[in-house]
Write a protein that binds this ligand. Structure first.
Ligand code: MN
Length: 725
């Protein structure tokens, strides 16, 4: 399997590569792939793929694989596997570029500009999957983890590239440390081989299993392999005799067929030995064949002939043509008793079914011939039809509804999967917010939830979650559900619990809660000490007849408490210092993406319609034109350092540099050793050799940021570095 197919292709491309492609010192790695894709893609597409190669080659320039070889061999190998599935040009381009966003200067915007939004989507999908680290989470949940991978994928080509990526990494596993090798092998066997199986791509499934077993249990693999080779020699004669008998019979009844002797895979022998406690001998005693035919009718005729040639075993027959397997696999299987009692297994199927068995869902992106390239939408439709066909077949075969639901959520996700802090995977409907998540964990957690941390960062309670995120809910014992939540929650549990709570509130309780909330915000100032005049003015402003109705609106969340508090306290005396920004306070707010304030900055809260309270740097250009003392628009806020000390905040820096090899990795090292993380990166070219790098990094505060900037400044070729505003 694998590369041989391409190397043996005698196809020579008639579209010459342009100079840029041809002159790459790595062109010879790419050239066999290029010849191969010329056999089924148009000239224009081949030239697009050339551009992707040139970009990937430049981007990875200087990088090496663990084996010491130039990095470009990896994306080329992944693209080769994708081409062997006969996928479209966009898939091949995305395969060539699948690692550039993570590891190089190239940004996802660059990819969009050069190759369009589809390639962009596929590459960013693969990048997102790469960020999931299986070993961090509970291994007992592998099934959910597999589902999550599929749920994160809006385009099945993302999964196909991920599988191809994994296949090449497994082929080259030898150059890694043994512990790393084992971890990757385990993940491959538990996650990726089953996904390949689920999508019906048995070529990849088999290769992943064989390589996985060899890496995880090298000794067992070697022993089994030696035993299989030995048994194979002993069996040769019997295999040939049976094969000839089958061929002879088919000739007599004038049926044209390909008859293949099948060798058992080491992994499947191993599985059988482990699961069924069979002896190696018992497994190897089986003689397996495959008969491949032109059409379905002939399959059933051949079945009859085989049952006539050898004695069928009772219960030894399975009709996967009428009732395909879960992944769409179709074939007739029968077990027979051969000469001298030798057990025989025969698979009978059409050429088309055989192709489908090898390539599964990938077969639906295939191009039958040059010049008839379907668009990617057409391909997507094909794949959807494939899924639908399976569902229809399962339905007509009367198999379980659960399965149908399963396949649907797997491939066309209307659910998302997120992690709890202790690594459990939680399944929610798409669009669920942290509040939905909180109520799913426990009603009490929902009722007392005040904030959420997603991937260890503050996250608005109303923003929908995405698959793969890790979510932590912050609760406070005196917090209560807010009516605001009703507009964003999607689960019926959250909705009904919040409604129930709000309905259950008697007017008097609402007044009490409102009073408590307001009193909290007023700090030292007591509500009954507020001058009547000032109170009346505020009531008038909020169009409320009396204090109680104002308090009710505060309780059910129609009015932001801090605003009322600010207005009720005496502005001129300025005795209210503002709302504390603790990172985890009950006050719902977000940080402005323009200025990305961090502890130590002077900050101000801006009340943005639809977004709530947004915290800006006081000097942010975006608020420069507005009047900070307009109390309906701005709220004074301050950092609560006792709470922010252990938290990370995102901020941006801009670096101007003269390019040279390795400079980016030195910058990322500098960020790393100062205990910061790079959250985002993009680059721009200023002139010939001057680049501008924009980094989004995590910092604790201004002091931390200063130490990072200082560190980066010491790197040779850095021209300028500043905070981004
Ligand atoms: Mn890769």
């Amino acid at each position: 399997m694998g590369d041989e197919k391409i190397i043996n292709t005698n196809n020579v491309c008639t579209t010459p590569p342009n100079d840029e492609t041809y002159k790459s010192p790595n062109f010879f790695y790419y050239s066999p792939l290029r010849d191969f894709i010329c056999s089924y893609l148009s000239d224009a597409k081949v030239l697009d793929i050339d551009r992707a190669f040139v970009l990937a080659d430049r981007a990875h320039d200087g990088q090496k694989r663990a084996s010491g070889e130039p990095y470009i061999i990896h994306p080329v190998a992944v693209a080769t596997i994708i081409a062997q599935m006969h996928l479209d040009a966009e898939s091949i381009i995305a395969a060539l570029l699948h690692d550039v966003v993570e590891d190089t200067f190239i940004t996802i915007e660059d990819i969009k500009q050069n190759f369009g939004p589809t390639v962009e989507d596929i590459v960013s999908g693969v990048t997102k999957l790469d960020k999931l680290k299986f070993h961090n989470y509970l291994e007992a949940q592998t099934e959910n983890f597999r589902k999550m991978i599929l749920a994160m994928t809006k385009d099945i080509r993302v999964v196909l590239i991920k599988l191809a990526d994994r296949t090449h990494n497994m082929r080259t596993l030898g150059s890694l440390r043994p512990d790393k090798r084992r971890r990757i092998a385990k993940e491959t066997l538990e996650i990726y081989a089953p996904i390949a199986n689920r999508l019906g791509i048995s070529d990849i499934k088999i290769e992943l299993e064989e390589l996985g077993l060899a890496a995880l249990y090298p000794m067992r693999y070697r022993v089994l392999k030696a035993a299989v080779n030995k048994a194979r020699n002993n069996r040769k004669e019997i295999v040939n005799n049976i094969k000839e008998a089958i061929e002879q019979r088919l000739k007599e009844v004038h049926i044209e067929a390909r008859v293949l002797g099948r060798e058992k895979r080491i992994y499947s022998i191993y599985q059988k030995m482990v699961k069924k406690e069979l002896q190696f001998r018992e497994i190897m005693d089986m003689y397996a064949f495959r008969v491949i035919l032109a059409d379905v009718d002939t399959c059933y005729r051949v079945l009859g002939q085989m049952h006539n040639l050898f004695k069928p075993r009772p219960d030894g027959f399975k009709d996967y043509i009428a009732i395909p397997k879960m992944n769409g696999y179709q074939s007739l299987h029968t077990s027979l008793v051969g000469p001298h009692g030798a057990p025989i297994e025969i698979q009978i199927r059409t050429e088309f079914m055989d192709q489908m068995a090898a390539r599964g869902v990938a077969a639906h992106w295939s191009y039958k011939e040059k010049g008839s390239e379907p668009t990617s939408t057409a391909a997507q439709k094909n794949a959807q039809r494939w899924i639908k066909n399976i569902i229809d077949l399962q339905q007509s075969a009367g198999s379980s509804i659960e399965f149908i639901e399963d396949v649907k959520t797997d491939l066309f996700p209307d659910s998302i999967f997120v992690f709890t802090p202790d690594g459990k995977i939680c399944n929610l409907p798409a669009g669920s917010t942290p509040v939905d998540f909180a109520y799913t964990l426990h009603t009490d957690i929902g009722q007392h939830c005040v904030g959420a941390m997603v991937n260890h960062r503050m996250y608005p309670l109303s923003r929908p979650l995405e698959s793969g995120q890790s979510v932590e809910i912050i609760t406070s014992s005196n917090a209560e559900p807010s009516a605001f939540w009703l507009s964003s929650v999607v689960t019926s549990k959250a909705r009904s619990k919040i409604r129930q709570y709000l309905k259950g509130l008697k007017t008097q309780e609402c007044v009490l809660i409102g009073k408590r909330l307001l009193q909290n915000s007023l700090k030292g100032l007591r509500i009954d000490k507020i001058p009547q005049e000032r109170l009346n003015a505020v009531l008038k402003e909020f169009k409320k007849p009396d204090l109680d109705s104002l308090l009710i609106d505060i309780a059910i969340g129609n009015i932001l408490t801090v605003i009322v508090a600010k207005k009720l306290s005496n502005d001129e005396e300025n005795n209210l210092e503002g709302a504390p920004i603790t990172g985890t306070s009950g006050l719902p707010y977000t940080f402005a993406q323009c200025c990305l304030p961090i502890p130590g900055d002077d900050i101000i809260g801006h009340i943005t319609p639809g977004k709530g309270l947004v915290i800006h740097n006081t000097h942010c250009n975006n608020i420069a034109d507005e009047h900070i003392d307009d109390a309906t628009k701005f709220l004074p806020v301050y950092w609560d350092y006792s709470n922010t000390a252990n938290m990370d905040f995102e901020t941006g820096i801009r670096i101007e540099l003269k390019n040279r090899q390795g400079i980016l990795s030195e910058i990322s090292n500098a960020v790393d050793v100062t205990g910061s993380k790079i959250e985002g990166i993009n680059s721009d070219i200023k002139d010939d050799n001057t680049y501008i790098i924009n980094l989004t990094i995590t910092v604790r505060d201004r002091i931390h940021l200063a130490s990072i900037i200082k560190r980066i400044k010491t790197i040779p070729n850095i021209l300028k570095i500043s905070r981004r505003k």
